[in-house]
Design a protein. Sequence first.
Length: 171
Amino acid sequence: MRIYLIGYMASGKSNLGHALAGRLGYDFVDLDTLIEQRYRITILDFFEKYGEETFRKLEKIMLQDTLSLQNTVIATGGGTACFFDNMDFINSAGTSIYLRWEILALMERLKQVRRKRPLLKDIPPEHLENTVAEQLSIRSFFYNQANLIVEAGKMNATEAINWILERLETD
């Protein structure tokens, strides 16, 4: 089984994914980390050097490569589900789980890491909330197609994992 975690930047896909994989006895893969390792460049530097369009094409190829994985939790990038037919691919290749957060809670998390996020690093702090709200309004269409939607901002990591495990057992 493959489990794909989707959601906005800083929603906890990597941290929760690693812990979920541990509880399931699965492997864990972070799609952004795979890209960085294979191409020996950070996501931020890749965006700056080659642009978002090239990154999204590469990201799609790397996402499709996850078909070779079994018993793996895969943390996708914040935009992965929102380009090409990636959400359809994710849902056909495994179980998708959207880690949903309220905007204000996401803002608190993003304040610490936005300089590392290619789509947010140049946004002035006073415009950050509007930018995130606009991106979320577009991306939510894709995120909401997930098999499971976890209100991640309303639970701690252990509660979210237990919630997910309960749902996975009943499917």
